[in-house]
Design a protein around this ligand. Sequence first.
Ligand code: G4P
Ligand code: NA
Ligand code: NA
Length: 192
Amino acid sequence: MELLEQYIREKGVVKKGNVLKVDSFLNHQMDVHLFSEMGREWKRLFADAPINKILTIEASGIGIACIAAQLFEVPVVFAKKAQSINIDGEVYASKVQSFTHKRVYDVIVSKKFLSPDDHILVIDDFLANGCAVNGLLDIIEASGATLEGVGIAVEKGFQEGGKLLRERGVRLESLAIVDAMDAKTGELTFRH
Ligand code: G4P
Ligand code: NA
Ligand code: NA
């Protein structure tokens, strides 16, 4: 998506350790005009899918998912990051290994908000190793809902997440795929 790539080029900052900082428009300060255009693009890409609910994960997926949901005219559910101690039979739960933060956490969704009747679009801001998205897919599977697809703002194409999802046959629409980035020069290469 041209507009998102333009934002990343103009406002993104490449940091050491393959981290792309986009906090001026995507995951700290949020550019709602950009989010609307992203939502419109997912709406176009998933036009034929019978999506009735969007699932995301706190924190930075929520804003993007809400604006998309307004266009899809469906509710949003966000998975919560929890302490294992709070997990009971009322929730679907999955463990997520975060490589960025070097820790394992649990994600949970109340059983009230996912059912076999649901057709889910998963939305998130970043796809790196795919651990967060995989946790959401586990939860969808446990609930008996149907996964219609995954919409990602920024996929880091040099990490495994996108490749593994595509190999599994998941319909994945990343609006920008960064195939390479250089912290010294700030240079970014997008996949087209
Ligand atoms: P994975 O889920 O794809 O496996 O990613 P990983 O564990 O490596 O990443 C953990 C967190 O870091 C995720 O946010 C993810 O969105 C974010 N992330 C990964 N790569 C980048 C990057 O290059 N730039 C930025 N800005 N973020 C990145 P989180 O900590 O789970 O949640 P949130 O509260 O920030 O939403
Ligand atoms: Na995220
Ligand atoms: Na994040």
